[in-house]
Design a protein around this ligand. Structure first.
Ligand SMILES: *Cc1c(COP(=O)(O)O)cnc(C)c1O
Length: 424
């Protein structure tokens, strides 16, 4: 097929885009560890790990073997009234990794958020309370389905496009930027809003430590300790959306491990299958699953067709095994060190507002949002796949990236910013 791009332009929608797309699209032929091979023969180093997911590089051998093996045994079976080894093994793995005993396996991060929100409402209902609103942070991102979108930052996620169709929730100030920054204003706002609205609010949903797609903001984990106390005081649940931060991205296995507390509900996804298949999960405490199950409601009313898909469960199990084996903690530390060393020169740059780094995440925030496509073009021309959005020029790399490749990514990011100077 020679005219891939032509047919693509004619028929296929790309994320957050028009049809045909107004921005350039590249056709990918294949991948290998941290390299992307384009149909036109060019090879790019991957600096995005496919939106936080491919933390083990592409085409991992053990993951491949797990797909082959499971595809032959049983690619899919409905989960209503039936169970299977891959799901049970995944449950065992996740219970051990997170410490949460009750879990729901679903097909994407957004769906895990929907399930988390529903679980919170049902829990409150089981306790005899009619609470159907949520509190979320400004700059938050929790997914693109309607429920998830209703707890995303109202401006970033274009609430205005959907009008009354979206549920109205309550937004509070996000904590200041910085892992050790003061967060007192944000906590004060949370307390004020809780005091005012707690009777309607089922839960506070938050991306712990790093707000991802809504701003790539790193904040003080201590904020979450205080938030938990307030949630308890006002009888509302705390949901940590770790679809992005989970599986080591912030230097800890889960971002909640930077805090002294555990949320009532946890969502995970993205890197769960090493970026190979779509799979996510909502995890919670026995108290919450018991309260719902022993009430007159009795059930968690959700059940996607591809729930606990055996192929995806097998891949997740294989990914978890590889993840445990590669010494990810040491690798993420090294990545963080290289990001720190290589991107520091940008701190005083005229175009740059802030440089922030945690774990495998390196973020350069620009002062202006008009450069994203220029920066992307420069990097692609220089052999690096990167996808800035708005003011955010960032890289989230696979833990299996070679030092040489990571340095090339960083140096290309720096050169891309320098190239703005020459042009303007
Ligand atoms: C990506 C993301 C989601 C949505 O996950 P999908 O798999 O894209 O539906 C939800 N929450 C957070 C924090 C995310 O980063």
């Amino acid at each position: 097929m020679k005219n891939i791009l032509e047919i693509d332009k004619k028929h296929i929608w790309h994320p957050y885009n028009s049809l045909p797309t107004k921005t350039p699209i590249l056709a990918v032929k294949k991948t290998k560890n941290c390299k992307i091979y384009l149909e036109d023969g060019r090879v790019l180093i991957d600096s995005m790990s496919s939106w936080w997911s491919a933390i083990l590089g592409y085409n991992n051998k053990e993951i491949y073997k797990s797909i082959k093996k499971q595809a032959k045994i049983m690619p899919h079976i409905m989960f209503g009234g039936l169970t299977h080894k891959p799901a049970v093994k995944l449950a065992k793995n996740l219970v051990k990794m997170t410490g949460y005993p009750s879990l729901f396996l679903c097909d994407s991060g957004s769906v895990s958020v929907e399930v988390a929100l529903k679980t919170a409402i049902l829990y409150q209902k089981a306790k005899g309370k009619d609470k159907t609103k949520f509190i979320a942070l400004k700059n938050s991102y929790h997914g693109d389905t309607l429920g998830a979108m209703s707890v995303c930052d109202p401006e970033n996620s274009m609430h205005s496009l959907y009008g009354d169709y979206l549920s109205q929730n309550i937004f509070v100030e996000a904590p200041n930027l910085g892992f050790e920054a003061d967060y007192s204003l944000a906590i004060k706002d949370l307390e004020d809003k809780l005091e005012k609205y707690h009777e309607q609010v089922a839960a506070f949903i938050v991306e712990p430590v790093v707000q991802g797609a809504g701003g790539m903001r790193i904040y003080n984990p201590k904020y979450l300790n205080e938030a938990k106390k307030l949630c308890e005081k006002y009888g509302i649940l705390l949901i940590f959306d770790e679809v992005a931060t989970g599986f080591g991205h912030t230097g800890k296995l889960f971002a909640f491990m930077h805090t002294d507390i555990k949320p009532d509900i946890l969502t995970i996804g993205k890197a769960l299958t090493g970026g190979t298949l779509t799979m996510a999960a909502m995890l919670t405490t026995k108290e919450i699953s018991d309260t719902i199950s022993n009430s007159s409601i009795g059930v968690l009313m959700h059940g996607p067709t591809f729930m606990a898909n055996p192929l995806a469960c097998s891949v997740a199990n294989a990914a978890i095994k590889v993840f445990a084996k590669i010494n990810w903690e040491k690798r993420v530390k090294k990545i963080e060190k290289i990001f720190n060393e290589e991107l520091a020169v940008l701190k005083d740059n005229n175009f740059v507002k802030d440089v922030r780094i945690i774990g495998s995440i390196g973020v350069v925030e620009l002062k202006d949002d008009i450069y994203a496509s220029k920066l992307q073009e420069f990097c692609v021309q220089n052999g690096v796949w990167i996808r800035p959005f708005g003011k955010l020029f960032y890289s989230i790399v696979s833990y299996t990236i070679k030092e040489k490749e990571l340095k090339k990514i960083c140096k290309t990011m720096v050169k891309a910013i320098y190239s703005l100077e020459k042009k303007s």
